[in-house]
Design a protein around this ligand. Structure first.
Ligand code: SF4
Length: 167
């Protein structure tokens, strides 16, 4: 069974719980404001996603910096429609990311197939990978994307264990 960072630290050193709690709080706070999402943009939601990186909405002011290398990122933003064939790439990207990692489904298509709900070839994001935040809309407004990322920040802050996802 895989051990968490917390378990490894406790195995080696004695750390009083109050000190550990403070360290854990600081680590959660730092992780909350340093999300590096890799973006998997396949559909017409992309102009809205571009806007959140622009000067008007400016996602970077929240510490969220889109990054193009999956091994250095901790969040996968799935933006737009995913076909069954493309789904293999989504899983491939997700598997390359280190723990802890999060997934945000942006728009009606990855959340519930959107206008392609009766298509034979379109899949939902949660059929492929575990999704942490769903952002509705077709397309979602940039404000909705920002709010979804703020919800993810709250989730990260509340996580109790370092290096382990909350169930
Ligand atoms: S949710 Fe709407 S805007 Fe976004 S990719 Fe699907 S059809 Fe296009």
């Amino acid at each position: 069974m895989e051990t968490t960072v917390k378990e490894r630290i406790f195995d080696r050193y004695y750390i009083p719980k109050p000190i550990y709690d403070v360290v854990e709080y600081i680590a959660g706070w730092a992780r909350k404001f340093s999300i590096w999402p890799v973006h998997f943009v396949t559909g017409c939601c992309s102009p809205e996603f571009m806007q959140v990186s622009g000067s008007r909405f400016d996602m970077e002011r929240l510490g969220i910096l889109p990054f193009a290398s999956v091994r250095q990122t901790d969040c996968l933003m799935i933006v737009g429609v995913i076909s069954r064939k493309m789904g293999e790439r989504v899983k491939y990207l997700y598997d390359q990311m280190g723990e802890p990692k999060y997934v945000v489904s942006v728009g009606a298509c990855p959340t519930g197939k959107g206008p392609f709900h009766d298509s034979y070839s379109v899949v939902r994001a949660d059929e492929l990978v575990p999704v942490d935040v769903y952002i509705p809309g077709c397309p979602p407004r940039p404000e909705a994307i920002i709010q979804g990322m703020m919800l993810l920040q709250e989730k990260i802050k509340r996580e109790v264990k370092i290096g382990a996802r909350r169930g």
